[in-house]
Design a protein around this ligand. Structure first.
Ligand code: SF4
Ligand code: SF4
Length: 203
């Protein structure tokens, strides 16, 4: 699995949920087509009159997620940019997505503005496997976020976390350790540890 594979899943599902923040600080989500995957990013478009466009232009940020038929979920969250060569990109998007011509016939297509993600965090989450499988990637020049939980040297080896873990992804050792690729990030182990030896990663 690579970041490119994740972007390809978004393109294959195509109708993905895109989230932005509105001017009142409320999250807004809608289904938008992933129009292209190229040069290590995804491309999409929206009309200048839409709230989605205003929110993208104001914040420069968005998140997108989709689930395929195999219960594999991809999430991408980060910075977006509007592409300057508008007509070139809209024509290219229409070539790759011919059904768009019915929605925006002839030159009405140029009310659309093309965007792509310029950087962000990518998450792959496979719920079709047991235990679940997850992997994180980045787009662009950003540091990979550390998510989930880790076991610190405060561990006394009592085994409580291992017994309660719903994915059986905690292994014995000094200290005990979590197989991060199989972890749900549910936090049950941290709640159950009698000596608070389990903490959130990246904090
Ligand atoms: S519950 Fe806490 S102390 Fe016990 S094995 Fe797990 S991390 Fe270590
Ligand atoms: S966060 Fe949940 S799934 Fe992950 S190790 Fe802890 S109990 Fe297991």
């Amino acid at each position: 699995m690579t970041a490119q594979d994740c972007l390809q899943i978004l393109r294959e599902v195509k109708d993905a949920a895109f989230a932005t923040m509105d001017e009142n600080g409320y999250p807004q989500v809608r289904i938008i087509d992933v129009m292209l995957v190229e040069d290590g990013t995804i491309y999409f478009c929206t009309a200048r009159g839409k709230d989605f466009y205003q929110q993208l232009a104001r914040t420069g940020r968005a998140a997108v997620t989709a689930l395929n038929k195999d219960y594999q979920m991809v999430r991408l969250s980060g910075k977006v940019k509007r592409l300057t060569d508008q007509k070139k990109w809209i024509d290219r998007i229409f070539e790759e997505n011919p059904s768009m011509k019915e929605v925006y016939p002839q030159d009405s297509r140029y009310i659309l503005e093309p965007f792509c993600f310029e950087e962000g965090q990518v998450e792959f989450f496979d719920l079709g496997k047991s235990p679940i499988y997850r992997e994180n990637f980045t787009l662009g020049d950003v540091k990979k976020e550390q998510k989930g939980y880790e076991i610190t040297d405060g561990c006394i080896g009592c085994g409580t976390c291992m017994e309660g873990c719903p994915q059986r992804c905690i292994e014995e050792g000094t200290p005990f350790s979590i197989r991060q690729e199989n972890c749900l990030h549910c936090g049950l182990c941290a709640e159950n540890c009698p000596v608070q030896a389990i903490r959130k990663r990246g904090r």
